[in-house]
Ligand binder design. Structure first.
Ligand code: NAD
Length: 699
């Protein structure tokens, strides 16, 4: 039963009972209407209480029914709210725990509301690119005033019931038994003559409404540049203020329908569900027992090790940080201290919290100190020989059942696991730099990684605030394997006629925070150089553009050497196009044009964007084909959380779905045919097959 019905001394009590959050699925909606009807018929009843079973009043829509016919089956939420509002007997909504989204809109339809102290009140629809579509934009301003409602609806931020106690939202906020208090209020209300108060009839008193709307619009001008929903929230509230409740309600519905269909909302919902889906692994049951992780050891206090240690201590887990040499250890600790100092200065952390975090780190030069660790994360040099030594020592010392993780970016995790006598306990934890900041964590599943190890690290990822995505073993896993193709295309394009600044400008206009050349200059061009040198040995059949090597031969490693693809002035990260480098690129391109008989030509911005993004898509399709990623949304999560792919486009795979895979394939074939580097396009069979069948990556 999604809704329970009982009577208490002349009051009907309707209880939402749809665990875990009393979501407003079809059975719940229909149940409320039926219960209201039943209460009207019973002459012994004078009033009605609407409440929620368990820990919350109502968390809003039932997400398990999204995209199913039940979501749109009558009665819709608007009709349920109307039934509440029109009830001849007064309805008291009793809110505890959480009243969010449709749950709050439902309560706004009641005649009276009472809340438990500490209940979370929110209309978070905007976070999914929507607006409250069942009267929330009209009734909330009438309950809590225009300025506050604008803030809550436009940002989606929850407020505590206590902070709204003085508003017309609540007749009472109570500490004691909520149901008792609700019943008392209902009896009082039942004794009063009709009509009972309805929010739709309340005026919105705000003498400076126009200024309020302007201020709200100014606040979102930058942050919501690519998102229509916050703007629509303001428009809908304004419509109600200027033209009245009924007009506002109709306009709100119109906006809702348009937003549901918008690519931005689709992208945000994709990211929301993608994050949840990423935490589930098809063959690892949700009830798989997990191992206890109370103590962590991190080996290597370099760029990654320090940030990884910070991620754990920030979440309250003690870390032993082990280094091979004293100087490196002191350098690592100094960097960690500097990072906390910077956070302190920005006011994001207080001095005591920073000290506590630092104190949770125990520095050490001895591997003997890892014997108590439940999880050991290796972050030493990227060299298989060094990893072998380290893993053999860990294996000899770690306690039974400890999880042994490697942060390797490119090495074969199965080989690393084979250095131990317990490959089932070995897993890849691929953090991104800076590890204490970046949300993405690729969890690399080795051939022998045990299911409970996977379940444990997925849970742990949540504890330390990371978005974990499982990847199979391959060079570069999901993210770096795809970015390599993107960078390769960027290099081909400057050989064919573009310049770095044009490529960067085009892809930044698409929405990436930083184009490939600025990114390379930031990360250090020598990193890619080292990888390419290895590729030349290991995969001589793969052709690489040589311009990047020339740049490195000139010692132009990027920002750190004062110049890379661009010139930099000391102490300034602004990229200035380099006359020297651009001339080198043009000369190189002209040489190539002579050799290939394909003239150097101008590239349009749209070609640049397509070639870069479709390079990601094509490699992503191969990653799906090979089962390195289990689902397209996992790839999208990697790109949204780790690579700055524009959120409003939902990730490369969703973006390709939006364009249409047949169109993507046509473009790829066109580029393969026309460019002198066409042979670099090796179109993924999975892309071709889906395109032919009219399917999508995210089906
Ligand atoms: P780094 O050179 O900054 O740090 C490595 C540290 O390991 C050094 O401080 C070194 O003294 C220490 N070390 C070396 N051998 C050791 C041993 N036997 N025992 C204990 N400590 C030892 O390197 P990094 O950039 O932090 O990379 C570490 C690992 O993380 C590599 O596998 C790398 O591929 C991976 N990774 C790096 C990045 C990145 O952006 N830098 C991102 C993801 C993953």
């Amino acid at each position: 039963m999604a809704v329970d019905y009982a009577t208490h001394d002349g009051v009907a009590v309707i209880t939402l009972n749809n665990p875990p959050v009393n979501g407003l699925g079809h059975a719940t909606r229909a149940g409320i209407v039926a219960a209201l009807e039943r209460a009207q018929q019973d002459p012994a009843l004078a009033a009605i209480v609407l409440t929620g079973a368990g820990k919350v009043f109502c968390g809003g829509a039932d997400i398990t029914e999204f995209n199913t016919p039940k979501a749109t089956q009558a009665p819709l939420l608007g009709a349920v709210i109307q039934a509440l509002e029109q009830s001849a007997k007064p309805v008291v909504a009793a809110l505890h725990g959480v009243a969010m989204g449709g749950g709050l809109e439902l309560a706004l339809g009641a005649h009276y509301r009472i809340a438990a102290r500490g209940a979370q009140i929110a209309l978070p629809e905007v976070k999914l690119g929507l607006l409250p579509g069942a009267g929330g934009t009209q009734r909330l301003p009438r309950a809590i005033g225009l300025a506050r409602a604008l803030d809550m609806i436009v940002t989606g931020t929850p407020a505590m019931s206590d902070t709204l106690a003085q508003t017309a939202l609540f007749d009472k906020v109570v500490d004691g038994d909520l149901l008792d208090a609700a019943l008392a209020l209902a009896r009082d209300a039942g004794a009063r003559p009709a009509p009972h108060p309805r929010l739709r009839e309340r005026a919105i008193e705000q003498p400076d409404a126009a200024a309020c709307f302007q201020a709200a619009r100014d606040r979102i001008a930058v942050t919501a540049k690519h998102f229509p929903a916050p703007h629509k929230c303001i428009d809908a509230i304004e419509a109600g203020v200027l033209k009245g409740f009924d007009h506002g309600l109709a306009f709100e519905r119109e906006c809702f329908v348009a937003l549901v269909r918008s690519p931005e909302s689709r992208a945000l919902r994709h990211a929301f569900f993608g994050e949840r889906a990423a935490s589930k692994i098809a063959d690892v049951r949700a009830d798989t027992p997990t191992r206890t992780i109370a103590r962590v050891a991190v080996i290597g206090a370099g760029t990654m090790g320090g940030g990884i240690a910070m991620s754990f201590v920030n979440a309250g887990l003690p870390v032993t940080l082990i280094e091979a040499d004293e100087d490196a250890l002191q350098r690592g600790l100094a960097t960690i201290r500097k990072n906390y100092d910077a956070t302190l200065r920005k006011g994001k952390l207080d001095a005591q919290a920073a000290t506590e975090r630092l104190e949770r780190i125990t520095p050490s030069l001895s591997y003997d100190d890892l014997t108590h660790a439940d999880l050991i994360v290796e972050a030493v040099f990227e060299d298989l020989g060094v990893k072998e030594q380290v893993f053999r020592r860990i294996d000899a010392l770690a306690k039974p059942g400890a999880i042994l993780a490697s942060n390797t970016s490119t090495l074969d995790l199965n080989r690393i696991a084979a250095f131990t006598r317990r490959p089932q306990d070995v897993v890849g934890l691929h953090f991104f730099s800076p590890a204490n900041v970046m949300k993405l964590l690729e969890v690399v599943r080795g051939e022998k990684t045990a299911k409970d190890v996977l379940a444990t690290v997925m849970k742990l990822a949540k504890t330390i605030g990371k978005t974990a995505v499982v990847a199979g073993v391959c060079d570069g896993f999901i993210g770096n394997r795809m970015i390599e193709q993107y960078i390769r295309q960027s290099l081909f394009m400057i050989e064919e006629g573009a310049l770095p600044a044009q490529v960067d400008r085009a892809i930044e206009a698409f929405g990436f925070a930083m184009g490939p050349f600025r990114m390379s200059d930031l990360a250090g061009n020598d990193i890619g150089w080292a990888i390419r040198k290895r590729r030349y040995r290991e995969q001589p059949q793969h052709r690489y553009p040589t311009l990047a090597d020339r740049l490195c031969e000139m010692g132009r490693f990027g920002q750190k050497t004062g110049g890379g693809w661009y010139d930099y002035q000391a102490g300034d990260r602004t990229a200035h196009p380099s006359a020297l480098v651009d001339a080198m690129i043009v000369a190189h391109a002209q040489d190539l044009a002579k050799q290939t008989d394909i003239p150097r030509r101008e590239l349009t911005d749209s070609e640049i964007v397509e070639r870069l993004v479709y390079a990601l898509v094509n490699e992503g399709a191969k990653i799906l084909d090979e089962g390195i990623a289990a689902k397209a949304s996992d790839i999208d999560m990697v790109y949204l959380t780790g690579y700055g792919f524009p959120l409003w486009r939902g990730g490369p795979m969703l973006y390709a779905d939006t364009i249409g895979l047949a169109e993507v394939e046509r473009a790829l074939r066109r580029y393969a045919a026309q460019s002198p580097n066409g042979d670099a396009w090796d179109i993924a069979p999975g892309l071709v097959e889906r395109a032919a069948q009219g399917r999508r990556f995210n089906d």
